[in-house]
Design a protein around this ligand. Structure first.
Ligand code: ST9
Ligand code: FAD
Length: 625
């Protein structure tokens, strides 16, 4: 039986009851997709994920890909390759592919909702299958030559990679030393060693296109220090006829020289890639082509990174959701101990663990976070829908872009941190000692989800991105918009009296968040040496609070979205509903109330800590640590 427990009902609730995505279907860029089509897409992707993709989840963990250093090649787990083939043959990846390349224009909210199923069932499949999505970047940034390449990437289902990291350039991408030398024929020779490159080698596609950041040499005005000196090159594993896409049979000098052994997502190959080393492989140069013939690498790569950060957040959230649903199922069956009201009666009947208050606390914590994080992810995607709609109409989408940008580090940073921790402290814990065994998927979930706080920018990087770029550089526009929306809701009569206490808690949470932001701003200002009494070291106080901001904003936005869900649920409950829907809507209300009462008060404590941030640890001698 599949390890994967999906929640199609809640996905549809978010899409069509909370965020009213039915209203954008059938018109504008989404003319070809009506509500029925969208629902059938979701249910088919849910099915294929639960059945075909999940089928190789544990086997590919126990029998990970095998790397042969002699041939620099990888043999994939066979069952995994079957799951991968099922996904590629079903062609749902066309939902992320541009129409010009044979894709189906689909609202981002539907794409990310369906991604949740794939990512929850077997996330590495999504990553290996990203070639056609990468083709969008090549197509949209490319000249005619690149656009043809993009078409081959789609038609021939090539794999693709994003190649930034080097041994000495992780968070600090700008420290990268990989170089690019121009050739007479317009191509470039790439030289350097990249590290930790996902999907850089496997045997499931005829070719792999590496999107490589490298520093051009010998060309005036480009290739300077830092990220701005990096350009983006298309570097294939095998050379091909650029007109037809046929492989020429010639190997390019881009070789995988190691595959890492990891804690989790073992089937996802994490590779060291050596470019243009004469002692590697056949000693061929690693030839590449400058994307779009413009030196704008970091900017072009950030289009990929934005998508990948959303993907990582969605992966984490999907894993928490299946972790919770597995835990719930177990808790309903596991009999242990007596009801607390009869604890002193040793003959009292034994009950399922769902009867114990602490287990209920744990289950409701998991439910509230899993469902709240799902709302957060889909909410961010609704802004991406608006960007698509406005883009198609030729309208300016500045605000939509800014709000989406603001939400990305929260989806990625907060989504991954909360999910990974809760999977261990709550979902696995619900199983007792059994959770520690490979008989259940929880131990693998915990191992597989840890990576989400690390790659695509660690949580520390998300915190800095959130504050310095998405709030300060944006001049508070997007955060101001969001704060107004939350304020309006808190002051409304949503819930018809039933959510009064929770709306008050939300208002206090918003006030606390604004105070924290105010304190961090003040520290930023006081770090400006141009200001009278400005002291540059005050910037450390900012740095001590940026990760906190990821959590605080995450808690606030999730609380708001859960309460909005509760409002919708209460409205439904006031009419006629089926027994299943009654339970579902009551669950929505309970989760929102639980989250508001148990999480939001924590923001006041965070405020106290942020306002009194103590930077003495920055003066402490390293030896004292
Ligand atoms: C990785 C992969 O970890 C893990 C999973 C792989 C799975 C692969 C498959 C899935 C991918 C699917 C993708 C399909 C593609 C489909 C796409 C469809 C659309 N937003 O602040 P500055 C830019 S990979 C946008 O000075 P520093 C911007 O151009 C490795 N742009 O930075 C800016 O210029 P300006 C991941 C941004 O101090 C310029 O950068 N590694 C943003 O030079 C310079 O900005 C990481 O994530 C942004 N948020 O460098 C590295 N931020 O300001 C983490 C910057 O003029 N480290 N730009 O606009 C960082 O992010 C650092 O903060 C840094 C700092 C490198 C940006
Ligand atoms: P470091 O940058 O050395 O960070 C170490 C610690 O210091 C972290 O806790 C970090 O938060 C902290 N830190 C660093 N700088 C700062 C700062 N300025 N302020 C505050 N704290 C800081 N990369 C690719 O290019 N392509 C891929 O496909 C890819 N896939 C990956 C797959 C896996 C399984 C892994 C493990 C990594 C992958 N990466 C990939 C690399 C990944 O993006 C980096 O590991 C990540 O960005 C962190 O870099 P690092 O490991 O060098 O850590």
């Amino acid at each position: 039986m599949s390890h994967y427990r999906s929640n199609l009902r809640d996905v549809e609730f978010n899409l069509f009851e909370l965020f009213k995505r039915d209203e954008i279907l059938g018109s504008g860029p989404f003319e070809e997709i009506d509500l029925d089509t969208a629902k059938s897409m979701l249910s088919e992707i849910e099915r294929i994920s639960r059945e075909d993709l999940a089928a190789s989840f544990d086997d590919s963990d126990r029998n990970p890909p095998v790397y042969d250093p002699e041939t620099h090649s990888v043999t994939m787990n066979e069952k995994f390759a079957e799951s991968y083939r099922a996904w590629m043959d079903a062609e749902w990846w066309r939902l992320q592919t541009p129409a010009e390349l044979g894709g189906q224009v689909t609202p981002a909210s539907i794409v990310w909702s369906s991604a949740e199923f794939v990512l929850g069932a077997n996330a590495p499949i999504w990553m290996f299958a990203c070639g056609p999505a990468f083709a969008r970047i090549v197509f949209e940034n490319g000249i005619e030559r690149d656009q043809k390449i993009a078409q081959h990437m789609v038609d021939r289902q090539w794999g693709a990679t994003m190649v930034l990291t080097e041994p000495d350039a992780g968070s600090d991408v700008g420290a990268g030393r990989t170089k690019a030398f121009p050739n007479e024929d317009g191509s470039w020779n790439i030289e350097g060693v990249k590290r930790f490159i996902t999907s850089a080698e496997h045997d499931m596609a005829e070719n792999i296109m590496h999107l490589v950041l490298a520093r051009p040499q010998g060309v005036e005005g480009v290739g300077g220090p830092g990220t701005k000196g990096l350009s983006l090159f298309l570097v294939p594993k095998f050379h091909f006829d650029h007109e037809t896409g046929e492989l020429t049979g010639e190997r390019n000098g881009a070789y995988v020289t190691n595959v890492e052994k990891k804690m989790g997502i073992k089937v996802s190959t994490t590779c060291e890639v050596t470019f243009g080393d004469s002692s590697t492989g056949g000693g061929e140069p690693a030839r590449g082509w400058l994307l779009g013939e413009v030196h704008d690498g970091i900017n072009q790569m950030f289009r990929v990174i934005e998508n990948a950060r959303m993907m990582v957040g969605a992966k984490a959230i999907a894993t928490l959701s299946t972790g919770y649903l597995n835990a719930l199922e177990y808790a309903k069956e596991r009999v242990q101990g007596a009801d607390l009201t009869q604890a002193s009666d040793k003959t009292a009947p034994r009950v399922t663990i769902t009867h114990h208050p602490d287990v209920r606390r744990s289950l409701m914590t998991q439910k509230a976070f899993a469902e709240g994080l799902r709302s957060l992810m889909i909410y961010a995607a609704t802004w991406q829908d608006e960007i698509m709609i406005k883009g198609a109409a030729g309208e300016d989408a500045d605000l939509e872009e800014a709000v989406n940008d603001l939400l990305l580090p929260i989806v990625k940073g907060y989504g991954s941190e909360r999910s990974w921790v809760l999977l261990g402290t709550e979902s696995l814990q619900t199983f007792g000692g059994s959770g520690f065994l490979q008989d259940y998927p929880l131990e693998q979930y915990v191992r597989d989800a840890k990576i989400d706080t690390l790659y695509e920018g660690t949580t520390a990087i998300q915190g800095q991105d959130l504050f310095f770029r998405k709030i300060v550089k944006d001049k508070g526009r997007a955060i101001g918009h969001l704060a107004n929306e939350i304020q309006e809701f808190a002051q409304s009569d949503a819930g018809n009296g039933r959510l009064k206490v929770e709306r008050e808690l939300l208002a206090t949470g918003l006030e606390d968040t604004q105070a924290i932001l105010g304190a961090v701003f003040q520290d930023l200002m006081s770090a400006n040496p141009a200001e009278e009494s400005g002291e540059i070291t005050n910037i450390y106080k900012v740095g001590l609070n940026t990760t906190r901001l990821v959590y605080v904003l995450g808690d606030l936005v999730v609380a708001w979205l859960l309460l909005r869900s509760a409002e919708v649920a209460l409205e439904k409950l006031s009419g006629d509903v089926s027994a299943a829907d009654k339970a579902f809507y009551e669950g929505k209300v309970a989760a929102a109330q639980f989250f508001a009462r148990n999480v939001l008060p924590g923001l006041s404590a965070q405020r106290t800590m942020a306002e009194n941030v103590d930077d003495s640890i920055m003066e402490l001698d390293e030896a004292a640590f």
